[in-house]
Design a protein around this ligand. Sequence first.
Ligand code: FDA
Length: 397
Amino acid sequence: MEEFDTIILGAGAAGLFCAGSLIAADPGHRILVLDHARAPGEKIRISGGGRCNFTNLATNRERFLSQNPRFCASALSGFAPGDFVALVDSARIAWHEKTLGQLFCDGSARQIIDMLLHRMRSAVLRLETSVTGIARTDTGFVVTTGRGMAAGRQVVVATGGRSIPKMGATGLGYEIAAQFGLRLVTPRAGLVPLTFAEQDLNLCKPLSGLSLEAEVRHGSGRSAATFRDGLLFTHRGLSGPAILQISSYWQPGESIQVDLLPDCNLAAELRAARGQGGRVAVATALARWLPNRLAEAITAELGLTEARLADQPNRQLDILARRVNEWQLRPVGSEGWRTAEVTLGGVDTRDLDARSLQARSAPGLYFIGEVVDVTGWLGGYNFQWAWASAHAAARAI
Ligand code: FDA
C-alpha cells in the first residue's frame, strides 16, 4: 500500500490549492491528489467565459449563503483576495478588474490551472481514478480507488458539489460526510437560470436573446435580496447575472420581483409624456425607455397594442408602470444541475471547525470548497472560498 501524509480527493480549485499550500509550508509533505476526471481543474478552465473570474475584491461574509452565515468568516479572513492576487502576480499572469471588484485573467483561465499545478508539482496527481471507499485506521485513513489503495494521515475532501454532472460532479463528498456522521444541508442548484410556466413564457419565448439591465428582488424587509445587473430572456424563462444571483435565494413556490427600468419612475414619466401631446401609440412611448420588442410585448400583453397614450387614464398608466417597475413573477423551477454554476447546501458547518475545516467527529478528515454549505454570489466569490478554505485546512494540517 502506498503511504502519504495527506490524500486529497478532488483536483478542482480547492483540492489543487490545498496541495500547493501544503507544499509551500512543507516541501517534504507527501501528497496524493485523486480525481476521476481526465484533466485537473475543469471548472476553472470553463469559468468566467474562459478567463476565470478568480476572486472578488469585495469579499466578505455577507456575499455568501450558508445556514450559518458566520462560519466562512474565519477562513476568508485568513486568506484574502489580495493573497491570491499576489500569487497571480508572482506567476506573471496579467489580470484586470471588470466590474464590482471582479478580477479576471487578461488571457486564459488555463494560466490559473497551470499556476496551481506548478505550485503543487511535487505532489502525486492521479487522474482518471475513481474513489470507491474510505476507512479509518489507527494512524489515519485508507482510501480505496479503482487502481488500488493508499494510506494517509489526513484526508481532505474537495470533491465539489453536484452542479454540472457532465463535468464530473458527484455526491462523493456527501457520502463520505454521512459515513463519518456529519450532517448535510440538502444540496440544491444555485446561480442557475429560472424557468416559467406558459403564461410568462408567452412573453419570454419570443424575446429570447434580448437582454437589459434590471433590478431583481426576492423577499422583503431585512431578509430581502436585491441584485441589479443584466437580465436575459430565454426560450424557457429568464437568465443573466441578476437572475442567477437571485436564483440562489429563491425557493420553489416563491415569487420574485423584477424592475425592468430601475432608474425610472415610469408612472410619472408616462403621465408627463401624455401631457405633452400623447397622440403616439403606447408601445411607441414605452420604447423611449425599453427595447422596442419588449415595449411591444408588454403593451400587447396588457391589450394596449392599438392604444394611444393620450387616451389612457391614470389607472391604466399605473398598471403599465407597475408591470414594468414591479413585475411579479413566480418561477416554476430552475434549469437544475445541468447548468447551475454552484451547489447550495452541502456538509453542515455545525459539524466542521471553522478555523481548520476539520470534521468535529473525525479528526484528520477535512472538507473544503463547494462541498461545504458555503456558497458565494456570482462574481469570483466561489473561487475565493475554494482558495480560503483550502488554505485554512492546509494551515491546520
Ligand atoms: P470543483 O467542482 O472545482 O472540483 C471538484 C473535483 O472533484 C472535480 O475535479 C471532480 O472531477 C472531482 N470529483 C468529484 N467527484 C469525484 C469522485 N467521485 N471521484 C473522484 N473525483 C471526483 N466561480 C468563481 O468564483 N468564478 C467564476 O468565474 C466561476 N465560473 C463558473 C462557471 C461555470 C460554468 C461553473 C459550473 C462554475 C463556475 N464557478 C465560478 C464556480 C466554481 O467553479 C466552483 O465554485 C469551484 O470550482 C468549486 O471548487 P471545488 O474545488 O470545491 O470543486
